[in-house]
Write a new protein. Structure first.
Length: 314
């Protein structure tokens, strides 16, 4: 007599501080975060080859890129997630809006995911570690793809905002901006179109600015910032002692205006400067310093030389 073995799949245990990801939302992430950016980048190649890019489109795209990256690095990341400095309500709301222009989701969800990442960095519970499947060749390649973009639509659980971002949810202004995020997203695409149309006084100028400063810029910003999750946790140098695999990657730091100096950030998450070593430029920290001198922000957590020396890898 043979015994039968149940092949019923054991449900995946729900990680601490998460909620199940609705199937419809996962499909939405797949379309907006993977399909549309790929289409935009694919269309940019023949467009650049056939018609080139006008200098006004280049200026508008560069401006929108800087606004988007600074919105993430200074607003969503260093201020809202890690409280690297303090500021008044007008600038607080402005930073939330500017961060939303990068089209990476409402501020409370972004903060919740990133705080959970730091709590469980490169360990079970990390929402997007490239080491999730192991450190062999194929497993690491799979992990890189997962950390870069796959986790948005493949993860069965998303971070619970009530657990990870109660301070932001307690702010009525932030809750209103969360609710208005779809309008901010639409505005992120219409703004370059409006600038291009007014600059050239033509519909053609509005359409080309929408393409380059809207869709292509949005695709490039996403893949540049996502490289911090994937590349900067896999390749590069480790100058500081941490419990995770955070690394310093120069080209990622250049494109993200300082975020690629990721090793020190994990060694001291609340620090307003990520590039603390010689030869590590950090434009985001420079802008924070400028705003501090203007008196718009205060209580900035600048790096402590003694802490840097204590965490250095000998």
């Amino acid at each position: 007599m043979t015994s039968s073995i149940s092949r019923t799949r054991v449900p995946e245990p729900q990680p601490t501080g998460t909620v199940p990801a609705p199937a419809g939302r996962r499909i939405g992430f797949l379309i907006t975060l993977l399909v549309l950016p790929v289409i935009a980048l694919a269309a940019a190649v023949p467009a650049l080859w056939e018609w080139g890019i006008g200098w006004h489109d280049l200026v508008i795209s560069a401006l929108m890129y800087l606004i988007s990256i600074f919105g993430i690095t200074i607003g969503y990341h260093r201020y809202f997630t890690h409280r690297a400095f303090r500021c008044g309500k007008p600038l607080r709301i402005t930073l939330a809006i500017v961060g939303g222009i990068a089209l990476e989701g409402p501020v409370t969800l972004w903060v919740a995911e990133h705080r959970r990442h730091h709590k469980f960095a490169d360990r079970p519970g990390d929402p997007h570690s490239p080491w999730r499947f192991g450190d062999s060749g194929f497993a690491l390649l799979k992990g890189l793809l997962y950390a870069h973009v796959g986790w948005f639509f493949a993860a069965r659980f998303r971070s619970d905002r009530k657990h990870w971002a109660p301070d932001l949810l307690a702010d009525p202004g932030i809750r209103r901006l969360d609710a208005a995020y779809p309008l901010i997203a639409v505005g992120s695409l219409l703004l370059p179109a409006a600038i291009g149309g007014l600059w050239t006084l033509s519909w053609h100028g509005a359409l080309t600015a929408l393409f380059w400063g809207g869709f292509v810029r949005y695709a490039v910003v996403h893949h540049v910032t996502w490289s911090v999750n994937s590349i900067a946790h896999t390749f590069g140098q480790q100058h500081f002692v941490t419990r995770d695999q955070s690394r310093d990657v120069r080209w990622v730091a250049i494109l993200t205006l300082g975020e690629g100096w990721h090793n020190w950030h994990h060694a001291d998450p609340t620090c307003a400067r990520h590039g603390v070593l010689k030869g590590q430029p950090d434009p985001s920290a420079r802008l924070i310093h400028f705003l501090e001198r203007l008196g718009w922000i205060h209580d900035v957590h600048w790096p402590d030389p003694r802490r840097i020396a204590a965490r250095r890898v000998e």
